[in-house]
Design a protein around this ligand. Structure first.
Ligand SMILES: O=P(O)(O)OC[C@H]1O[C@@H](O)[C@H](O)[C@@H](O)[C@@H]1O
Length: 317
């Protein structure tokens, strides 16, 4: 046998650091990514809805209704449904007017495009893993295509790192005419006790109060919860909205990227009762929606143009 002078040395298991893992469910319904440090995210291909985001210690950070329907027959109640191309009930006399509330992205089956990761060089450096999902106009249901007949491509990138969970949306106009859209990351965060939860980062800002017939609400230093809250804050100057826990300690920061609006929502007793897929009925005590988006007016995208925006949710756990 010829002895090779430059024979590569065997890779020692002690110098290899553990890498993130990605698992696709046997029935092709979900993709789960996990970091060696324990953080985990699961995305349902139906709606590209993030169903679960866990901190390194295994604590769940998102609220998912026990009655959530995951088979694609309706949008998911909980996690992070992606609202596009219209927020709320569509206005009359607009190109979105025939679409359902919150649009079609959360009700469509997305394609898993693959993963990319930054690999740690040692056990002390951080890994991150990015999962990409795509939705193209050609894959829409005939009904949605008829209601909003534009040619587009959406890429939704979900990146899990020790820093947090980043969700970025890229919208591409692949047609020959301009279109207008709204977008919102309808995130249901899990909280211990809503009556002791505070949302900060919106101090002094006016808001549209959907609980009071969409009238202008009075600015307040913080948002607290003792009944139904459904507020739309627009043109927010600062980029971070924070959720504080019962002790007033920071729990989750939502950092917006190229999104200037935020919806704060908790349905409380009566609205929760009226939603068939909201379970248990007192589940509103353990959730708050802090939804980063672009919902004031419309974002116009000319033919061939691309737009990107999203959020980074950072956990203090
Ligand atoms: O029941 P849906 O369509 O998921 O909407 C839930 C809520 O979504 C919020 O974003 C809206 O501000 C609320 O008005 C709405 O009730």
């Amino acid at each position: 046998m010829v002895d090779r002078p430059n024979k590569p040395s065997a890779i020692s298991p002690t110098t290899m650091s553990p890498q993130p893992t990605v698992t696709i469910a046997d029935d092709n319904s979900t993709v789960t990514a996990k970091l060696p440090s324990g953080e985990e995210v699961t995305v349902l291909l139906h709606g590209a809805t993030v169903l679960s985001w866990k901190a390194a210690g295994g604590q769940e950070l998102l609220w998912l209704s026990e009655g959530a329907v995951l088979d694609g027959s309706k949008p998911v109640r909980g996690g992070i449904p992606l609202v596009f191309p219209v927020f709320g009930p569509p206005p009359k006399n607009h190109a979105t007017s025939s679409l359902p509330q919150h649009g079609f992205a959360r009700s469509s089956r997305w394609e898993y495009l693959g993963k990319s990761s930054t690999e740690a060089q040692s056990t002390t450096s951080d890994n991150s893993i990015k999962l990409d999902f795509g939705l193209y106009s050609t894959a829409l249901s005939a009904e949605a295509r008829k209601a909003w007949p534009y040619d587009f491509g959406l890429v939704y990138s979900v990146t899990l790192s020790k820093e947090g969970l980043q969700t970025m949306v890229t919208v591409q106009n692949e047609g020959k005419e301009a279109f207008e859209f709204q977008v919102l990351l309808h995130t249901y965060f899990r909280v211990k006790d809503i009556s002791k939860t505070t949302v900060t980062g919106l101090a002094g800002l006016p808001f549209i109060d959907k609980v009071a017939n969409a009238t202008q609400g009075n600015p307040a230093p913080t948002v607290t919860f003792s009944g139904e809250v459904d507020r739309v804050y627009t043109n927010i100057p600062q980029s971070t909205t924070s959720i504080l826990d019962a002790d007033g300690k920071p729990y989750i920061d939502v950092v917006r990227d190229n999104l200037s609006d935020t919806v704060v929502w908790n349905p409380w007793t009566e609205k929760a009762k009226g939603m068939g897929d909201f379970q248990p009925k007192d589940g509103f005590k353990h959730m708050v929606c802090v939804e980063a988006g672009a919902v004031e007016g419309w974002t116009k995208l000319e033919a061939g143009e691309t737009w990107e925006g999203g959020m980074l949710a950072k956990s203090h756990l």
